[in-house]
Design a protein around this ligand. Structure first.
Ligand SMILES: [Zn+2]
Length: 138
C-alpha cells in the first residue's frame, strides 16, 4: 500500500483518530467518491461512521475517551474509541443510562474496544499508531 499521507504533519488529534481506526476491526478501507475512506461502527450504538485517511471525521464521527480523563483515563489507543457525536455527548460523568451505573458502562465499553482490537499492521498502519503514542499534546 503506497503511503500517500504525511503522518508527520498530522495533528495529534487526527493521528489518534486514525490510530483508533487502525486498531478497530469494524473499520474497513473503501473508496467513496474517489477517496480512500475508513467506514466502521460507533463504539456505543454501531451506527456507521466514516473517517478519511488523514484522520478527519466525515460526518458524525468523534474521538472519545472510554475511561474519561476526569476518571484517570489517558490518551492510550486502547482507551480511545470512535463514537457518533450524539452518543459521545450523552456520556457524562453524571449519566446513568437505563439503570446501569457509569462504571459498568465504561467496563462494557472497554471490553468491547478490546474485542474489536486488531493489530494495526494488518491494515498497514502500524506507523500511525506508533506516532500517535509518541504524542501527548492536543
Ligand atoms: Zn453512536
Amino acid at each position: 500500500m503506497p503511503e500517500t499521507v504525511d503522518w508527520g504533519s498530522m495533528s495529534a488529534k487526527h493521528l489518534r483518530m486514525l490510530a483508533v481506526v487502525a486498531t478497530d476491526r469494524t473499520f474497513e478501507a473503501t473508496m467513496l467518491d474517489g477517496r480512500r475512506m475508513w467506514v466502521g461502527k460507533c463504539i456505543h450504538c454501531n451506527a456507521k461512521l466514516v473517517v478519511d485517511e488523514t484522520g478527519r471525521a466525515a460526518g458524525e464521527a468523534t474521538l472519545e475517551h472510554v475511561l474519561p480523563e476526569t476518571r484517570g483515563g489517558d490518551n492510550s489507543i486502547a482507551n480511545l474509541a470512535i463514537a457518533c457525536a450524539r452518543c459521545n455527548r450523552q456520556k457524562s460523568p453524571h449519566d446513568v443510562r437505563g439503570g446501569v451505573k457509569l462504571d459498568e458502562m465504561m467496563a462494557r465499553l472497554l471490553a468491547r474496544r478490546a474485542e474489536r482490537w486488531r493489530e494495526p499492521s494488518e491494515v498497514g498502519l502500524a506507523a500511525v499508531v506508533e506516532r500517535a503514542m509518541q504524542r501527548d499534546d492536543d
